[in-house]
Design a binder for this molecule. Structure first.
Ligand code: G3I
Length: 396
């Protein structure tokens, strides 16, 4: 008697979970037809989650690179070729070739595209920055140029981009906020004031009614103390105010460039951050995940490698946080192998190349511990705590 009651209760509970899951349509994801497919893309697809990578278009000639990029990931981001200096190197002269090559790769492999990036202070064409410096481009001209650029680019790719990074890295960090508080920063703010952010989202929406429009930034992986130097809180208030004014912002992208040198994130902190942004009506995405390691990371002998373990933990904390938050639509790594990572040539304060090996695969394409950690998170999670994604409707 007792046994059958328990059975009935568990069947009822399972049915309730199934109903709750069924009531909310999954956002999609990429589902493999092969039941034994253990790729990240197939496993993520079971959660309706898109898993992505930044693509170095120059590396697509390498068959191993192209194979991993196409089989493991269901969404892709152009690492550099959809930035302003590449798309419009001369005023009024657009060069679409590399970006179109990237789009063709995504299309051939049934991958969704995260468009990166419309408004950023880096990788701007020289004609633009020189024109502003020498005064030949006034503020009014600059605003018109930004409008025309956004409209031209978004229209060119209309219907092919799932999420656009519309505005990228618009605010200061705690260490570069001399006034003792987080504020706006960069080329666009200096010349146009903070109004450019709302304008950019509105112009992007006019050019594409379907794409999800994203505000993307780094160091917003967890909320801090809520004080004047809490960057995540600043971005939260900024997005809240933009949404209240009707600005069409659909997604907050947390880049998640981490390092084993800093912090100890827990999956719960990541989940709290994602869930709290979702209270504003936006979806979320982890957009540029990597975890830099201090060199050297090779430990000889039979001991475990603490750096590889620490790195795997961070990748996993981010994945678990994302899986737990139903509005987290995608988890994108910023390059998947150590041979093609921006960290190889960047100086993070300890000299170039001192902190690197930040990705899921070694330079000779062997999956690292971080790969297995992420793969296991995807394989072994599910109801009742991990449910399928909730789709985001573009705000119009
Ligand atoms: O294309 C030129 C080439 O013509 C020249 O000969 C060569 C010599 O230095 O430089 C090449 O440009 C480099 C470009 O990548 C393309 O490879 C730039 O020097 C280099 O600075 C640039 O780095 C990119 C960086 O953004 C620029 O800020 C990285 O690859 C790219 O991964 C990185 O990505 C950013 C995201 O867009 C936004 N979030 C942070 C993330 C990491 O910094």
């Amino acid at each position: 008697m007792r046994r059958s009651r328990t059975l009935i209760i568990s069947i009822a509970a399972a049915a309730a979970v199934a109903l709750a899951t069924a009531a909310v349509p999954a956002v999609g994801g990429w589902r493999s037809t092969a039941p034994q497919d253990q790729s990240l893309r197939a496993l993520a697809g079971e959660h309706g989650l898109y898993i992505g990578t930044a693509i170095d278009v120059g590396a697509l000639d390498d068959p191993t690179y192209a194979k991993i990029a196409s089989t493991q990931f269901s969404t892709v981001t152009a690492e550099n070729v959809m930035k302003w200096d590449t798309l419009e190197p001369e005023r009024g002269v657009y060069k679409w070739e590399l970006a179109d090559e990237f789009m063709a790769f995504a299309k051939a492999n049934h991958q969704k595209v995260r468009g990166h990036v419309l408004v950023w202070q880096n990788q701007l064409p020289k004609w633009l920055t020189d024109g502003v410096t020498d005064g030949s481009i006034s503020s009014a001209d600059l605003s018109q140029l930004l409008h025309d650029y956004i409209t031209t680019v978004v229209k060119h790719f209309e219907g092919q981009v799932w999420q656009w990074d519309v505005v990228n890295e618009a605010v200061t960090d705690s260490w570069d906020s001399p006034a003792g508080q987080i504020t706006y920063k960069g080329f666009w703010y200096q010349h146009l004031g903070e109004g450019y952010i709302a304008d950019a989202f509105r112009w992007a929406r006019s050019a594409d009614r379907e794409a999800l429009l994203t505000y993307n930034d780094y160091n917003i992986d967890a909320f801090g103390d809520g004080g004047p130097l809490d960057k995540t809180e600043f971005v939260f208030q900024m997005v809240k105010s933009l949404r209240q004014k009707g600005v069409p912002i659909d997604v907050v992208g947390s880049q998640a460039h981490l390092s084993t040198r800093y912090g100890n994130y827990s999956p719960f902190q990541i989940a709290d951050m994602l869930d709290r942004f979702a209270t504003l009506g936006v979806a979320t995405a982890l957009t540029e995940v990597d975890v830099r390691n201090l060199m050297p990371q090779v430990v000889t002998g039979d001991t475990i490698n603490p750096l590889l373990q620490a790195q795997a933990y961070d990748f996993s904390a981010l994945m678990q946080g994302c899986l737990s938050s139903r509005h987290c639509l995608s988890y994108t790594v910023w390059g998947f192998d150590d041979g093609h990572s921006w960290t190889n040539t960047w100086d993070f304060g300890l000299g170039k190349g001192a902190e690197r090996m930040a990705t899921l695969y070694t330079a000779d394409y062997q999956p690292k511990l971080a790969y297995s950690a992420v793969q296991a998170d995807l394989a072994y999670s599910g109801a009742p705590r991990v449910l399928s994604r909730i789709p985001q409707q573009p705000k119009r």
